[in-house]
Design a protein around this ligand. Structure first.
Ligand SMILES: *[C@@H]1O[C@H](CO)[C@@H](O)[C@H](O)[C@H]1NC(C)=O
Length: 391
């Protein structure tokens, strides 16, 4: 690389000298002009070659503890991560925190999640971030990086002590300015996630309004590009089902089958550093940078819409996390209430959820606290009095 660069610099100097000499030599005006043009072209070409060399040299090496494993997943023709100051910091903290498999949990946090100003949080008070961190500390999960988006949150994160905290100021894409706080944040995470995957890490990206009751990394299957929790609230809605329609007008051909399933929840989703997962994240980030949208909706269209005509779908491989282990709050409090209530000590280890996500209820923190008391402090009936639904 160095030698090539020096050679290119040498050629550039020669070209400049040639230009000077040419300009000094007596000849007709038109010959002079064409020589001049020729020399300029040469200089331009050499400059372009030099710039290309610079770009190549500026690219970071394959990094991360899992780079050997990752190179098996990402093709040699892969794009590399960009060596911006932000990405260099992200790479350093992921390398420091990731487990032996090169896996880390990644979350984004701002002071809204701490509800330090009661006006800015839409649940009825309580520090969601703190309860989230307590749940991770209890199950001794430390391969965690929290991106903190303001100083107060960073201060809280570092003083808590058990996870990695990275203070970043992230510009909001123009298309997302003015949309609701939580949505703005979640749109930022896709580009960051993609960079982390390009670095060779596998990332479990999580929201903060959930509690981990077991080490999530002991409950992954790792056989898909994306392994994600579900917004579904039954086995069929979570994993998918074949349904039929019957159109009597069609007589003999009245029946038809279709497939339906619920959306994945990106509030708890595991991405392996595969080409398809990286491409999926690129598409979602691009789409969100172009037009205001709910990231959950954009993400699910990119995951599930079939290729057709001009539309080239992402073709990612998907696994849905078990809805009774990675539990959304509608399943826990409402639709599978009989499975979880009344509160009692779990009879088998399998009965204890990996996590409970308060995505379906507005009184998030109250419900997080009852799950904490029930499973972590042995007050088995702590959630029993909370209503199943909002109305
Ligand atoms: C669709 O995209 C993939 C890469 O994501 C590519 O390999 C494939 O050739 C594309 N198909 C078409 C028809 O362009």
């Amino acid at each position: 690389m160095r030698t090539l660069l020096l050679a290119a610099v040498g050629l550039l100097v020669c070209a400049v000298l040639t230009l000077k000499v040419t300009m000094g030599a007596p000849s007709t005006d038109s010959a002079k002009l064409s020589e001049l043009a020729e020399a300029r072209r040469t200089i331009r070409q050499l400059q372009q070659q030099l710039q290309a060399q610079h770009r190549r040299l500026a690219q970071p090496p394959d990094a991360g503890p899992s780079s050997a494993a990752a190179s098996a997943l990402v093709s040699p023709a892969k794009q590399r991560w960009e060596a911006t100051p932000t990405n260099l910091k992200l790479n350093a903290i992921l390398a420091e925190r990731a487990n032996a498999r090169g896996e880390a949990m990644l979350a984004l946090a701002n002071d809204v999640m701490m509800c330090s100003n009661r006006k800015s949080c839409w649940w009825s008070g309580g520090n969601i971030f703190e309860t989230f961190l307590k749940s991770l500390q209890r199950v001794k999960v430390t391969n965690v990086v929290v991106i903190t988006l303001d100083d107060a949150t960073h201060q809280f994160c570092t003083s808590f002590g058990s996870v990695g905290c990275l203070r970043l100021d992230m510009p909001v894409p123009k298309a997302q300015q003015g949309s609701r706080g939580a949505n703005m944040i979640s749109t930022l995470k896709y580009d960051l996630l993609r960079q982390a995957l390009l670095m060779g890490f596998a990332i479990l990206v999580v929201d903060l309004d959930l509690l981990f009751l077991k080490d999530p990394f002991e409950h992954l299957y790792r056989d898909a590009d994306v392994e994600a929790s579900t917004d579904g609230f039954s086995a069929a809605w979570a994993g998918g089902q074949i349904q039929s329609i019957h159109d009597a007008n069609m007589g003999w051909g009245a029946g038809g089958l279709y497939v339906q399933h619920f959306t994945l929840n990106v509030g708890c989703a595991f991405f392996r550093p595969t080409e398809k997962a990286i491409e999926l994240l690129r598409r979602v980030a691009y789409s969100l940078s172009q037009a205001s949208g709910w990231d959950q909706q954009v993400f699910n269209s990119e995951v599930f819409m079939l290729s057709h005509g001009e539309y080239n779908g992402s073709k990612v491989g998907v696994r849905v996390m078990h809805y009774l282990e990675w539990v959304n709050s509608k399943v826990f409090f409402y639709s599978s209430r009989a499975h979880f209530f009344p509160g009692a000590p779990p009879k088998t280890a399998a009965e204890l959820p990996v996590m409970v996500h308060m995505n379906y209820h507005p009184d998030k923190h109250k419900r997080m606290l009852c799950v904490w008391e029930r499973y972590c402090e042995g007050k088995h009936s702590a959630c029993d009095a909370l209503p199943p639904a909002t109305k």
